[in-house]
Ligand binder design. Structure first.
Ligand code: PEP
Ligand code: MN
Length: 376
């Protein structure tokens, strides 16, 4: 059960203390206070966890400070969609709004290799009106002898170049909780020229200690990738770990499933689940066409499979696209064969725009139909 309090409730006020006092008497029920500091208001919620079956929502809604009471089902308590809950799906980070209604492209390097490549990439993004990117510093590699990423050494120049080209958010994978500290230290040291969205990769979807560490800090949002060999429910529970620790700025990424039934793609493209995840949870949903498809192959229509699956995800309402680009894919240290080239960036963005326009037109078509023919 969630008690949604009146906006800007003062947690030092006697009313709030009285409320906490009252809920502390519920037997076998733990309480957790969650605060969301927005630009205009602070929203406070109290989570009642445990044996809440016998509690009366009407009586609880009469308690001081309480605006609304929402009963929640057991799964995905914080991030899930629950009946009667109109809670927002949106969050803002470094001036950019993420929600189930927006769409942002995060084109960039799978792995940072040289400052020159980072700069070429950032400049192309700026020149094409983009404010988000991906930059891998810590790379989880199958082969222990493969390039592991430059780690914290590259962070200062990556952040400074991002600032120079007005990039607001960098999606960056972390594979250990110490990486979160290193990122924060480098942001601090460079004077916060940009922002970072922590990426948790498919190999770490169920690394619960890493999830807890990324969830305990509330500053940086988290992009959680779906586990490539576990059920959707297990991956959504992993997302819930982040939120249960306090960080609700979570985006869920589909990146393909590991099975040879996906051949000839690197992974089985799972973007038909965009709508399922949006229905089951309030998280914005990201698609990663690069790691799903894994090559630059084209169909007989000459359109690359990476473009086709991106369009399929966007036309179904995806909210973020994580896509590998590289100024010189033949020189890339990781995943060169799937990288798009910088001259393909405006072409890719235009293709995305067409698919997005089509998605919005489909929404309008449905709204108009339902207005004329309400569901019985
Ligand atoms: C990546 O995005 O660079 C990556 C390693 O992705 P995944 O975790 O989906 O394999
Ligand atoms: Mn990669």
């Amino acid at each position: 059960m969630i008690l949604i309090l009146a906006p800007n409730t003062d947690t030092e006020s006697p009313d709030f203390k009285k409320l906490l006092e009252q809920v502390s008497h519920f037997r076998n029920v733990q309480t957790r206070v969650h605060q969301e500091n927005g630009t205009r208001q602070t929203l406070t919620e109290i989570y009642l966890v445990g044996d809440t079956g016998g509690l009366d929502p009407d009586a609880i809604s009469q308690l001081p400070c309480v605006e609304r009471v929402v009963r929640i089902s057991d799964s995905y308590r914080v991030l899930g969609r629950h009946k009667d809950s109109q809670r927002t799906t949106a969050f803002e980070y470094n001036g950019i709004t993420f929600s189930q209604d927006d769409l942002h492209v995060f084109a960039g390097l799978c792995a940072v290799d040289t400052p020159a490549h980072v700069e070429e990439m950032m400049k192309a993004l700026r020149d094409n009106g983009q404010q988000c990117t991906r930059m891998g510093a810590y790379k989880p590699r199958t082969n222990p002898y493969a390039f592991q990423g430059h780690g914290k050494d590259c962070l200062p120049y990556v952040f400074e170049l991002a600032g120079k080209y007005d990039i607001k958010v960098i999606a960056m994978e972390v594979t250990h909780d110490s990486h979160i500290d290193e990122i924060n230290e480098a942001l601090e040291m460079t004077g916060h020229p940009t922002g970072v969205m922590l990426q948790i990769g498919t190999r770490n979807t169920q690394n619960f200690e890493l999830l807890k560490a990324a969830g305990r800090q509330k500053k940086l949002p988290v992009l959680l990738k779906r586990g490539f060999g576990i059920t959707l429910d297990e991956s959504l529970n992993a997302a819930e770990y982040l939120a249960s620790e306090g960080n609700r700025k979570v985006i869920f990424a589909l990146r393909g499933m590991k099975t040879n039934m996906g051949d000839p793609h690197r992974n089985f493209v799972d973007f038909s689940h965009v709508v399922s995840v949006k229905r089951m949870t309030r998280m914005p949903v990201c698609i990663d066409p690069s790691h799903s498809v894994g090559t630059r192959v084209r169909g007989p229509d000459n359109i690359m499979d990476v473009f086709h699956v991106t369009a399929q995800g966007v036309i179904a309402g995806a909210n973020m696209i994580l896509v590998d680009f590289h100024p010189h894919p033949q020189k890339a240290l990781v995943d060169g064969p799937q990288a798009l080239r910088l001259e393909e960036l405006p072409y890719f963005l235009e293709d995305v725009r067409l698919a997005r326009e089509s998605y919005l037109a489909r929404r309008k078509l449905t709204d108009d139909f339902l207005k004329a023919h309400p569901e019985p």
